[in-house]
Design a protein around this ligand. Structure first.
Ligand SMILES: C[S@@+](CC[C@H](N)C(=O)[O-])C[C@H]1O[C@@H](n2cnc3c(N)ncnc32)[C@H](O)[C@@H]1O
Length: 211
């Protein structure tokens, strides 16, 4: 079963208001429906729109692709990635790009694995919504983030996540992979009132760069 959710993005001028439509497949696969962190990350991207025009963006663990699709609407060249060979997730992400009239590239990228198709990618901004949930994947995820960021000195990883557990291992891995946190915000600081009710848990937005 597929349901379509509507995500509205507003600003003070009302001139650039946008609505994104996301198909969610009601099946037991984490990548087939929207997680609250992606609503937060997409809103953060919308509010930071000047950073996204014309830049190269890669989203890790993109699932339905909401944050990347918002970045594409703002003029970024976007690659949505998720675990390799997950055809249902890729089909759904592709449908979401089509129904929002954006042209994102869709690619298999399993954290910690590299092949020739990913080696050449040099993103300005790496995105990840709710990709820090399984502590056994953290090392591979940070290895991938570090490898992507080191290709451009100003590249940044922007992630929104629910601080569940594994904080210590995140701090340890940031040191191991020579990364630093340059910004930390609580979702409540940026969400408009109509979106606050969609978020029941605490969600943080973090910006990370290489040391
Ligand atoms: C909790 S879901 C979040 C999905 C989406 N970003 C969102 O917030 O709605 C985690 C996503 O990471 C992907 N994922 C999990 N393990 C992965 C791995 N080892 N390599 C690449 N992607 C992975 C899943 O397929 C899924 O799409």
């Amino acid at each position: 079963m597929i349901r379509v959710s509507e995500h509205r993005f507003r600003d003070a001028s009302q001139l650039t208001n946008t609505t994104i439509y996301i198909s969610e497949v009601i099946e037991e696969d984490y990548g087939l429906y929207i997680w609250p962190s992606s609503i937060v990350l997409a809103e953060y991207i919308w509010q930071q729109k000047d950073r996204f025009a014309g830049v190269q963006v890669l989203e890790l663990g993109a699932g339905t692709g909401l944050p990347g699709i918002v970045a594409a609407k703002l003029g970024a060249h976007v690659i949505l990635t998720d675990v390799e060979n997950n055809s249902k997730v890729f089909e759904n992400a592709s449908r979401n790009c089509e129904q929002n009239a954006v042209d994102c590239k869709i690619l298999g990228l399993t954290w910690g694995d590299w092949d020739s198709s990913t080696l050449d990618i040099k993103p300005d901004i790496v995105l990840g919504a709710d990709v820090l949930y399984n502590a056994s994947d953290f090392d591979d995820l940070f290895a991938t983030v570090a490898s992507l960021l080191q290709k451009k000195p100003e590249a940044v990883f922007i992630t929104a996540y629910e601080p569940r557990s594994g904080h210590r291992s995140i701090e340890f891995l940031m040191v191991k992979w020579k990364l630093q946190c340059i910004k930390l915000l609580d979702a409540h600081e940026i969400l408009p009132p109509e979106k606050l009710s969609l978020i029941s848990s605490s969600i943080e937005i973090v910006e990370i760069k290489t040391l």
